[in-house]
Design a protein. Structure first.
Length: 470
């Protein structure tokens, strides 16, 4: 397809990592709120959905840690490999350790590991291209398709295993998928550009004790907050959202006050601020496929086909299926249009509007007792088209706008915007119920469409501030 050869290796490795990640996440909510007699933990539904949102947000929040380790200690390539090992161990913990202990250990390991991987994987893809390479957006769209092949297969496999043999086998299969990805990456990692094997901004050894003290102090503070009840399962999603906001402010401040940025790089960082907000708004709705839409699929959908009830998690495979189908089409369109394609801010605006419209499509079914599965498929189709206008383009943009001295920090900012949106998807889920369904989907859909329209209105000045980056 005219792309650099190493893209195929990164495509396949990311496929297996996403297989494990989405395979586990596909059954995570129901594992928590199903009764013990059904193999679950018996956690309250609202709390369980909040935990899923908080966990999803923390994955992106931990991307700050991954970015720091990558930029200052290990470099992108070694950080990615070590993070993948942690992910596999996390899935094993969920599969082997019983009860809440296994849940905590598993989610912490997968959360930290996925944060490190997210900070570095797109950086490795971006290293295959020059900043003005016209193949860049198409390459990221192809890479994004690999993510969604794993996202398609993961919930199908683990959901079927969970329904037939129980949750722990489903988690074990997620661990096996990550192991396959690790083996393949170990074989192909030497083919990557030399730049990803170096540390961009090495941390002086004299500063090691300071950062070690910060790390120990942070862990101690979290333990104190948990033990005193200040931080608990009920408010976890809100706390993660707050941390995402604080983290973003700190990184924006670091970049905008750094003397290592020239005038163009400074302007590009400023231009990313409204795109950060737009991305968070998009994912606050989009990531509800793992919170509200999971509960909706369990309680509102007619999932029976020819006398067999499809697993709840299979509904989450609609989105990656549509990505696989449509990503090559969008990649071809952007490549064909070249410099005539819409600017990134306009792509963002269209994507946000489509996401809001998808939520409004829930309204005609508000009074229907059992909603057809094909209706949710149509909703996810609209949401997916919106995702293709925003998410892979956002990944590519973060690497293009990144200052030379901080190549991974801009990627961390993009991930923080997703962290904010994902944690909000859990916090917002507490307001959903069968009685409030129409108001819930209607208000969120309308507000999001308004944000998308505003993005279109400011697209031109934002584009100018990007200083030649489209």
């Amino acid at each position: 397809m005219g792309q650099p050869g190493p893209l195929a290796n990164l495509f396949s490795v990311e496929l297996w990592e996403r297989f494990s990640f989405y395979g586990m996440q596909g059954i995570l909510a129901i594992y928590m709120y199903f009764a013990a007699t059904q193999g679950g933990l018996g956690i309250d539904e609202g709390v369980a959905l909040g935990i899923v949102g908080a966990y999803g947000g923390s994955v992106y929040l931990f991307s700050i840690l991954g970015a720091l380790v990558s930029d200052r200690l290990l470099g992108p390539e070694k950080t990615l490999f070590g993070s993948a090992v942690m992910i596999m161990l996390g899935h094993l913990a969920l599969a082997v350790l019983p009860g809440v202990a296994g849940l905590i250990a598993g989610l912490l390991l997968v959360g930290v590991g996925s944060g490190g991987l997210k900070s570095t994987a797109a950086t490795l893809v971006g290293s295959l291209y020059t900043r003005d390479d016209p193949r860049r957006d198409a390459g990221f769209s192809i890479y994004y398709m690999g993510i969604n092949i794993g996202g398609l297969l993961g919930p199908l496999v683990t959901g079927f295993a969970q329904q037939q043999w129980g949750f722990h086998l489903g988690f074990a299969l997620a661990a096996v998928g990550m192991l396959i990805g690790l083996i393949q990456y170990a074989v192909t990692r030497k083919g990557l550009p030399a730049s990803v094997h170096t540390v961009p901004d090495p941390l002086p050894r004299s500063q090691y004790p300071v950062w070690a003290a910060v790390a120990v102090g942070s862990i101690a503070l979290i333990l104190i907050l948990v033990l005193t009840g200040v931080l608990n399962a009920g408010n976890l999603a809100t706390v993660v959202a707050g941390l995402a906001v604080v983290g973003a402010i700190v990184i924006f401040a670091l970049l905008l006050t750094s003397k290592k940025l020239d005038a163009d790089e400074h302007s590009r960082v400023v231009a990313f601020i409204p795109l950060f907000i737009g991305t968070a708004a998009f994912f606050a709705l989009f990531q509800q496929q793992f919170t509200v839409i999971t509960l909706y699929s369990d309680t509102r959908l007619d999932r029976e086909i020819l006398g067999w009830t499809i697993p709840i998690s299979w509904v989450q495979s609609f989105n990656p299926f549509f990505i696989i189908t449509l990503a090559p089409v969008l990649a071809a369109v952007w490549t064909k249009l070249g410099p005539r394609q819409p600017s990134t801010p306009r792509k963002f605006g269209v994507g946000i509007i489509l996401m809001g419209a998808a939520f409004l499509l829930f309204l005609p079914m508000a009074s229907v007792v059992k909603v057809p599965v094909l209706w949710i498929a149509m909703i996810m189709l609209v949401a997916t088209i919106g995702e293709l206008w925003l998410s892979p383009v956002g990944l590519s943009l973060a690497t293009k706008l990144a200052p030379g001295a901080y190549p991974v920090m801009m990627m961390a900012l993009y991930n923080l915007s997703v962290a904010l949106g994902t944690s909000l998807s859990g916090a917002l889920a507490t307001f959903y119920s069968a009685e409030t369904e129409a108001a819930y989907f209607g208000v969120l859909g309308a507000v999001t469409i308004g944000i998308g329209v505003l993005m279109l209105l400011i697209a031109r000045p934002v584009g100018v501030a990007m200083r030649g980056v489209r």
